[in-house]
Unconditional design. Structure first.
Length: 600
């Protein structure tokens, strides 16, 4: 193409020179040739320009195609990057779920493999409250609207005693299964109100988690924080709910196991108590006393009293037997009054009464007794008596204990009814009717036995004889009924002051005759007997007796003798104590005396 173009250029130049030389000769033909030559050159230029335009269009088209291809590649790259980001997010989520699942499995394994439910619960609370100084976690059983704390971590004793949750909150928790209390919602609850100041400082929120089947609430776990740290709260709550499900199953298994154990224990205790009736005793009363002693221990009571209904509705109830630990000094009379109130209340009901401090308050019992269990003895003809069990601590009797006590009441009312009747007769035969101390015959019999036992064992046995000072003047001044009252109150002092003696049920207080009272102290030496005698003297002296609007005071003198220091036989022991009593009265009364000389 280039060669052709060059030839044409030279040709045109030659034509122009030829035309110039022959212009004058052949002007017309040359002009025509020139015109045709210019037209040919113009056609050539147009063709070249068309090629350039065509090439430009091709290049432009290729560039457009290139741009479209680059755009498509960039779009594919962006799509790929988005997919890669999504895959990375999904991978991170899978790894997070896997880590959370591993953590949950580890915690559940630690919880489930604990051999004891209490230890497993303690481990779980440590998870919720790893630092007790910065937070707390509490698990409590729910009975109605009452919370009973089973275990706590990081909560002060003051808050534990006062902890409560509003009934509205508990009702909502039954449905929702979890609640997060914070801000004004938390501040308006009794949970916050009853927290001690130290515990309030730990709280920014309190999470409540329900324990138990759906729509029920057997327990609630309260915590100020969830785990694991760094996880969304929704996931923490979901994990906590799964933990509560496992805890609920564990508690159900424990409850079933405990119920079986309690049933076995209760059955075993029933058999043990029933076996007492098959043993041989010197008297039916001794059998009943032993039954009540073991009965009281098995129920975990501090004191008990068995009352029989009086033949006359106007006659006061009288205890057939009392059991339990000795009364503390100075409260014997008050405890007797409270037992009397409980007995009279129990006669008016047909079922067992499990009394809390709130139940006892209307009865006027606000001290000494914080929990009581009253069991009526029912026969077809009506109530024949009542048993009162009391506790000094404010721990209510459990359902199993109430069940055992009810069975024991039925057993006493049916199986031992004849023994009770015989025991009443024997008791009346053994006791003095006025003072309810042992009578003279019972005292003489026990004295011979204890002195014989002391001689055989190389032990000691002391005897105290008391005589109310100027008792005849009391009768003459205030009347015999006033004298009887003074004698009864002095007898109560003897019972109270000897209740704590270590020889326990072998101590015997008796009415020796008239205004004379006696105390037999097996295993007690002279110094111990002197302290007991002085305690009795001081307590009698402190009595103020009110009778028909008049008040008077009494004193007593006492004689002390100890086997084998002052006597070798029971008769000599009584004689030595009587001689010491005469010495005390001769030297001014209101004092305790003992013989200075010992037997050879």
């Amino acid at each position: 193409a280039s060669a052709t173009r060059t030839e044409r250029v030279h040709q045109n130049r030659g034509n122009r020179r030829t035309i110039g030389r022959a212009q004058t000769q052949h002007e017309e033909p040359k002009l025509t040739s020139l015109i045709f030559s210019d037209w040919e050159a113009a056609g050539y230029t147009t063709a070249a320009s068309g090629n350039i335009v065509f090439l430009s269009l091709v290049c432009l088209l290729q560039y457009v195609i290139y741009l479209l291809r680059v755009g498509r590649i960039q779009k594919q790259a962006e799509t790929f990057q988005d997919e890669l980001s999504q895959l990375e997010s999904a991978l991170n989520l899978v790894q997070k779920d896997r880590s959370l699942t591993r953590f949950e499995n580890r915690v559940l394994r630690e919880f489930i493999t604990q051999p004891e439910c209490d230890k497993a619960l303690a481990m779980l609370l440590r998870r919720f409250a790893p630092h007790a100084d910065n937070g707390f976690a509490v698990f409590a059983k729910v009975q109605g609207a009452t919370l009973t704390i089973v275990q706590s971590r990081g909560l002060t004793p003051v808050s534990c005693r006062r902890l409560s949750i509003d009934e509205k909150v508990l009702g909502e928790l039954r449905q929702r299964r979890n609640m997060v209390l914070e801000g004004s919602t938390l501040l308006s609850t009794s949970l916050w109100t009853n927290l001690a100041g130290d515990d309030r400082a730990k709280v920014r929120q309190v999470v409540l988690l329900a324990v138990g089947p759906r729509n029920t609430l057997e327990g609630v776990l309260m915590t100020t924080s969830l785990f694991p740290a760094g996880v969304d709260q929704r996931e923490q709550i979901e994990l906590a709910e799964r933990m509560m499900l496992s805890l609920g199953y564990r508690l159900q298994d424990k409850h079933a196991f405990d119920s079986q154990q309690l049933q076995l224990k209760c059955t075993n205790e029933m058999l043990q108590l029933r076996a007492i009736a098959d043993r041989e005793f010197n008297s039916p009363l001794r059998m009943i006393e032993e039954f009540m002693r073991q009965f009281t221990e098995k129920l975990g009571a501090d004191h008990s009293a068995l009352f029989l209904s009086a033949t006359s509705s106007a006659a006061p109830l009288k205890p057939l037997t009392r059991s339990g630990k000795p009364f503390p000094p100075g409260i014997h009379e008050q405890m007797l009054v409270q037992q009397q109130i409980l007995a009279e209340t129990g006669l008016a009901v047909q079922n067992a009464m499990n009394l809390s401090p709130l139940d006892l308050e209307p009865l006027g019992i606000t001290s000494l007794v914080s929990a009581a269990l009253v069991i009526p003895l029912i026969q077809p003809q009506g109530s024949i008596g009542v048993i009162c069990f009391t506790r000094e601590r404010s721990q209510a009797f459990s359902g199993e204990q109430v069940h055992l006590a009810t069975w024991g009441g039925e057993f006493l009312a049916s199986t031992i009814l004849r023994a009770l009747s015989q025991a009443v007769v024997e008791r009346k035969a053994r006791l003095d009717g006025l003072t309810e101390l042992a009578n003279r015959g019972t005292f003489d019999e026990q004295l011979l036995k204890e002195v014989s036992t002391a001689r055989a064992n190389g032990d000691k046995c002391s005897l105290l004889l008391f005589d109310l000072d100027r008792f005849k003047s009391i009768n003459d001044t205030f009347g015999h009924r006033a004298g009887d009252l003074a004698l009864r109150l002095a007898a109560d002092v003897l019972q109270s002051c000897t209740a704590t003696v270590r020889s326990g049920d072998r101590v015997l207080a008796a009415r020796y005759g008239g205004e004379e009272l006696a105390v037999l102290l097996p295993g007690v030496g002279i110094e111990g007997a002197r302290r007991i005698a002085e305690s009795i003297r001081k307590n009698v002296e402190a009595l103020t007796i009110s009778f028909e609007g008049k008040a008077f005071r009494i004193t007593t003198s006492g004689g002390l003798a100890t086997f084998p220091i002052h006597a070798a036989t029971a008769e000599e022991l009584v004689a030595a104590a009587d001689a010491a009593l005469y010495h005390a009265k001769s030297n001014g009364r209101n004092q305790i005396a003992a013989l200075e000389m010992a037997i050879v």
